[in-house]
Design a binder for this molecule. Structure first.
Ligand code: URA
Length: 190
């Protein structure tokens, strides 16, 4: 196992063994979901929080939103095995409600640690909750598909709409597909 893979696995182990911590969403989860993928990924996708399928399986984006994410990855010329996929919040909020700010704050250090190990060229936050801490003061409608260069971190952040929002929305799906093709072009230019 490479050094990066071992460091990511150590973070994943810490997440899986996290409870009890006194925070309800962590303690109510069937499984906390650390995320998975290539430790040398150029692109990291950051969702909001696990849903029911992810909570059951302990893996990110394995339900309906994951199926659409897989199609978008293909549109971007990326295989699931070559990217890293995780979430801002690693535990499923009850009834899939939005994660609260205190819950995001509780889980955020894990995402930072994962990004510090992987050092991706591009981070793609999925949806407004994932975007909020990366790109502040804009709506997802304004920010989606627009690269923001974080010079200090040596990476580019490109928010997308959340795939779950596009499952029953053809127009949003077309927008996501356009943003996926733009990501493919961005990766070719780098
Ligand atoms: N939605 C998310 O934001 N993350 C997942 O892992 C699954 C669905």
């Amino acid at each position: 196992m490479s050094d990066k893979a071992a460091r990511l696995e150590a973070i994943a182990e810490e997440i899986r063994a996290h409870v009890p911590c006194g925070v309800a969403i962590c303690e109510q989860a069937t499984n906390l979901v650390p995320g998975e993928g290539d430790p040398d990924a150029e692109v990291v996708f950051v969702g909001e929080a696990p849903g029911a399928s992810e909570d059951r399986q302990g893996r990110p984006f394995v339900g309906a939103a994951g199926k659409l994410l897989d199609e978008l990855l293909a549109e971007a010329g990326l295989a699931r095995e070559e990217v890293f996929i995780t979430n801002v919040v690693k535990a499923r909020p009850p009834r899939n409600r939005d994660p609260r700010a205190d819950e995001v704050a509780h889980h955020w250090p894990w995402l930072e640690a994962q990004l510090d190990v992987i050092r991706p060229k591009v981070v793609v936050p999925l949806g407004r909750h994932a975007m909020a801490r990366f790109v502040e003061g804009v709506t997802i409608t304004e920010a989606h598909g627009r690269p923001v260069h974080e010079t200090a971190k040596g990476r580019t952040v490109v928010p997308w709409y959340h795939p779950a929002a596009a499952i029953y929305n053809r127009r949003l799906r077309d927008t996501l597909a356009e943003d996926a093709r733009a990501l493919a072009a961005l990766l070719r230019r780098r």
